[in-house]
Design a protein around this ligand. Structure first.
Ligand code: NDP
Length: 453
């Protein structure tokens, strides 16, 4: 008989926390409690990936109407009805939250709709006043968007607010050039908002392959997004007609709304972590070892609160590895290598492995790349370009990186990611017969390198 109330207490009901809780309880028979202060499903389901992707789908219809006409259909498009769409989107999120709650109930996890903080290495304090003890505690509290430190920054929206907008603004300034800034610039532009972007670097999507992000930026500009590199807000205030902004370029302008997509921070604050010896690193991230264990042996942390690779499927894998390690008796380090991801811009970018620049800094490489107008949109008279690129080790012939800029690049990179995770060589890509006519067949038909180093 355990001296604790639970074998495991999970703080945070997002993708990682829910997965760990229900597998520990359902598959390993652990007694599990879970506290969530907001809505079950976390960032991904409630204010991230899922509603974002629904908005991506909604936003692509504008091009589809025009393309349909170019393909011979008689189609009349009208204005986008945000109210109608947002109501359906919120209902879908309610449905998904219900599924998350049911998953926990069905695996026997006891839920607490409360905020939890830590009292000691085995005790959590709930905002209801209750205290619960557990042999193991798992912190899976995620992250939150942050505004830059400047006067009146609270006048700007953050990504959480976008899904709750009562109406779409006529104009929006998006500050930042990362995943969230670029995805929402494309979404909102597609929905008819006049979008401007200020990003402080020389190019959007820092850290991604230069050629790939260059093409995404070019296509975003061509579509009509007003993009400014090396630009930040100096001053902002509410004025008649919206939010007045003075930029580092010396320009002054009024936008309906300003949206800060300037990064996220781990939700580790005010939880009593440092008081009980859990170390926080840069930006408040909980420091963990390869098994997601903190310096306090009974306390583990997974997902965005550890700021390792902030992606939903990674948090889920970290949760699974934690359960296997602690309840399965099989120490399982988390594998963060060669994780494919996609940026849902228009066009999308899919990426796995090293960028050309990072690979070249590491060893001698060959680069195979092609850029072309895809058949579907070229026929409709659009100038869209796509790009397929493989970065190959000269010595081992292993494909070190794959970068795709194209409609549905997210779907394609998932498949390419399998081969690359298996360590496929360029020659093995070439042995694979093309599927014709597709865009991705270019990945197996590129004969000669365009560059080598
Ligand atoms: P990112 O780190 O991708 O981008 C933050 C952006 O804000 C960068 O352009 C950064 O500039 C800029 N920035 C930071 N501070 C300031 C400041 N004070 N003033 C002006 N600009 C600033 O963060 P996001 O919030 O976009 O996304 C967070 C994470 O969420 C991503 O890294 C990703 O892991 C995940 N995510 C994944 C998605 C997907 O898989 N499709 C979608 C959305 C999010 P600089 O580059 O110069 O530092």
């Amino acid at each position: 008989m355990s001296d604790f109330d639970y074998d495991l207490f999970v703080i945070g009901g997002g993708s990682g926390g829910v997965r760990a809780a229900r597998v520990a309880a359902g598959e390993y028979g652990a007694k599990v409690g879970l506290a969530e202060e907001s809505r079950y499903g976390g960032t991904c389901v409630i204010r991230g990936c899922v509603p974002k992707k629904l908005m991506v789908f909604a936003s692509t219809y504008r091009d589809s109407f025009q393309d349909a006409r170019d393909y011979g259909w008689e189609v009349n498009d009208g204005p986008f009805d945000w109210h109608n769409f947002a109501g359906k989107m919120r209902a879908e999120l309610d449905r998904l939250e219900g599924i998350y709650r049911n998953l926990l109930d069905n695996s026997g996890v006891e839920k607490f709709d409360a905020r939890a903080t830590l009292k000691d290495a085995h005790t959590v304090k709930l905002s209801t006043g209750e205290e619960k003890t557990a042999k193991h505690i798992l912190i899976a509290t995620g992250g939150r968007p942050v505004r830059p430190e400047m006067e009146n920054a609270e006048l700007g929206l953050v990504s959480d607010d976008i899904f709750d907008l009562e109406a779409l603004p006529r104009s929006m300034l998006i500050v930042g050039g990362g995943y969230i800034a670029c995805e929402f610039a494309c979404i909102l532009h597609g929905l008819g908002v006049d979008v401007s972007m200020y990003f402080r670097g020389g190019q959007i999507l820092n850290g991604f392959d230069d050629e790939a992000r260059g093409l995404v930026a070019e296509q975003m500009r061509t579509r009509g997004i007003d993009m400014h590199s090396g630009a930040s807000i100096l001053e902002m205030e509410t004025r008649e007609g919206g939010t007045w902004v003075k930029s580092t370029m010396g320009k002054e302008k009024i936008f309906d709304k300003v949206f800060f997509a300037t990064g996220r921070a781990p939700n580790s604050n005010d939880m009593g972590l440092e008081d009980i010896g859990v170390a926080l690193g840069r930006n408040g991230a909980i420091e963990v070892n390869e098994y997601s264990q903190t310096g306090v042996p009974s306390i583990y942390a997974i997902g965005d609160v550890t700021d390792r690779l902030n992606l939903t499927p990674v948090a889920i894998r970290e949760g699974m590895a934690f359960v296997k390690t602690v309840f399965g008796g099989e120490p399982t380090p988390v594998d963060h290598d060669l994780v494919a991801s996609a940026v849902f811009t228009q066009p999308e970018m899919g990426t796995v492995g090293l960028s050309e620049e990072d690979a070249a800094a590491q060893e001698a490489i060959e680069v195979y790349a092609t850029s072309f107008k895809p058949m579907q949109t070229a026929f409709a008279g659009r100038d869209d370009r796509v790009m397929m690129k493989l970065v190959v080790s000269k010595e081992t012939r292993v494909v070190l990186g794959c970068h795709i800029v194209a409609p549905q690049a997210g779907e394609m990179i998932q498949m390419a990611g399998i081969a690359i995770k298996m360590g496929a060589t360029k020659e093995q890509f070439d042995q694979t017969c093309a599927v014709h006519p597709t865009m991705s067949e270019e990945l197996v038909t590129m004969r000669n390198p365009v560059r080598d180093t």
